[in-house]
Write a protein that binds this ligand. Structure first.
Ligand code: NAP
Length: 351
């Protein structure tokens, strides 16, 4: 009976993409039959459905049977030969328990657009640190992208560098195909790449400059979403986070093109959330205030003091602050959160 269960687990594991990263294992010594029974009812569900559905399975197993946990497949192998075989007890890989912490990304493939520096690079690093395999996307800064990826790999993570202009549908399609061929379907999308804009008042602005920002911002979000969200929907799981800006809601002189484009992005994301919710895909907005990145290095010192004075958390935001909020929204801790707008501004604007 137990062998049959093990065979079923292994068979399901061969079939299920998610099953390859099993990280925690259940051990039942005294209540084998109960353990087996628990799994018989749930194993196919567990492999077919997304992680949301595995968690209750884990809880019920955990509730019913004594268990110990060991980290990661290599440790499992060692554990099995050192403890299990000599003692003559059976250890089963327990997919339902593969995520000890819900904010663990160890089974996730994440694409972060514009991650060769700034907020995107910090987000790629944070997600990789939490176990995701990350795609570092860039348009022209190859060396910077390679250096972000090298840092991730040095820290023990997995990174794939992909060049693609996110406003070019063919380039984005090729990037997504390359990721799918290399790793599989993208689970987490962070739409972040920074589209340039003309800093000017309405009086100074001409349509060409205004249009170019609206076009780039929305075309990037549209193009990347078009290439990634259908795959997420097909697998019944996806978390998309879009980096907007507080300027979409709170105007500041000179930012009319940027703010209007980000306002459009905010609405677009709500529509995605509405359309894709039933497919298990969540879409949320993160809206930073000013952040110290290469994009703001020419003006940050002029406003630093004012920003600190008007920020209850008493400092200027760093890319890692935004990366943290993105990671939270991309995690399964936020699995029932969609269509939301999260300001990341240290309290400078409270909504
Ligand atoms: N910094 C802030 O104060 C602030 C505040 C609010 C919101 N935001 C938003 O946060 C996001 C990131 O900003 P950031 O300050 O981190 O920008 P950043 O430091 O200028 O980095 C921009 C990144 O986007 C990439 N990129 C630009 N155009 C691209 C394209 N067409 N295709 C692919 N990648 C492209 C760049 O790579 P390449 O050099 O290779 O093109 C780079 O990796 C943006 O959406 C921005 O609007 C920033």
């Amino acid at each position: 009976m137990l062998r049959t269960l093990e065979q079923r687990v292994l068979r399901a594991r061969r079939r299920g993409r998610r099953a390859r990263d099993v990280g925690i294992f259940g051990l039942d010594v005294k209540q084998r039959r109960g353990y087996d029974t628990e799994f018989k009812g749930s194993i196919h569900e567990a492999y077919r459905e997304s992680v949301q559905d595995w968690t209750p399975v884990w809880k019920s197993v955990n509730h019913e049977t004594p268990r110990i946990t060991v980290p990661g497949p290599p440790a499992f192998g060692a554990f099995r030969s050192v403890v299990s075989a000599p003692l003559g007890i059976d250890i089963y890989m327990c997919l339902a328990s593969e995520r000890p912490y819900m904010s663990d990304f160890s089974d996730r493939i994440a694409l972060i657009t514009g991650s060769s520096r700034g907020i995107g690079a910090a987000t790629a690093e944070r997600l990789a640190e939490r176990g995701a395999r990350v795609v570092v996307n860039y348009r022209s800064s190859e060396d910077e992208a390679e250096s972000v990826a090298a840092g991730i790999r040095d820290a023990g993570g997995e990174a794939l560098v992909q060049r693609a202009d996110v406003t070019d549908p063919d380039a984005v399609e090729s990037m997504v195909t390359a990721v799918e061929e290399e790793w599989g379907t993208i689970d987490v999308l962070v739409n972040n790449a920074n589209m340039p804009f003309e800093y000017a008042s309405f009086a100074e602005m001409d349509w060409a400059d205004f249009e170019s920002k609206l076009d780039a911002e929305l075309k990037a979000a549209f193009t990347v979403s078009k290439a990634v969200l259908p795959g997420m929907a097909e697998q019944g799981y996806g978390r998309a986070v879009y980096v907007s800006s507080g300027l979409g809601r709170r105007p500041q002189g000179g930012f009319i093109a940027h703010g209007t484009a980000k306002g459009g992005l905010d609405s677009f994301v709500k529509y995605l959330a509405q359309e894709y919710g039933a497919d298990g895909v969540a879409a949320n907005v993160v809206a930073p205030g000013i952040v110290e990145t290469p994009a703001t290095e020419d003006r940050i010192d002029d406003v630093r003091e004012h920003v600190i004075d008007s920020t209850p958390l008493d400092r200027v935001a760093q890319p890692e602050d935004v990366a943290g909020a993105i990671t939270a929204l991309a995690s399964d801790d936020a699995r029932f959160v969609t269509g939301t707008y999260t300001p990341v501004n240290g309290g400078s604007v409270m909504e």
